[in-house]
Design a protein around this ligand. Structure first.
Ligand code: THU
Length: 128
């Protein structure tokens, strides 16, 4: 887990409405790190979570989601941060089955999961 990278991502969060800053750092097979943060909006529903910012950035940069090794997520939570349902579905779509989802907080508490443990029986049209 790259604590430094995910804290850098968190420091970039734009969260003037909730004041809850979240960072995500995706590690690729070749060592590349893709950062993501939550980006909020005055029209609250348009806000984007850190996990989805990172994954959408990765795809937009032309990187292959199949090369994802892990995604680490940090928030100022008591225990390891818990990703929202929308992000679980997006991770279900884009992460490889064996990719690690590493959930953490400022204290360094860590919970390691996978897309399947985060979202059992997730929706996937590719498996039809
Ligand atoms: N948020 C994330 O970015 N990721 C999570 O895993 C949980 C929630 C954001 C959305 C919103 O900007 C703020 O945290 C408060 O909900």
């Amino acid at each position: 887990m790259d604590f430094k990278a995910v804290k850098l991502a968190q420091s970039r969060a734009y969260a003037p409405y909730s004041n809850f800053k979240v960072g995500a750092a995706i590690l690729m097979k070749d060592g590349t790190i893709v950062h993501g943060c939550n980006v909020e909006n005055a029209s609250y529903g348009l806000s984007n979570c850190a996990e989805r910012s990172a994954l959408f950035s990765l795809v937009s940069q032309g990187l292959n989601p199949k090369d994802i090794v892990s995604i680490t997520v940090i928030g100022d939570t008591d225990g390891p941060i818990s990703p929202c349902g929308a992000c679980r579905q997006v991770m279900y779509e884009l992460l490889p089955k064996d990719a690690k989802v590493i959930l953490t907080n400022q204290k360094g508490d860590v919970l390691e999961m996978t897309k399947d443990s985060l979202l059992p029986y997730g929706f996937d049209l590719k498996e039809r």
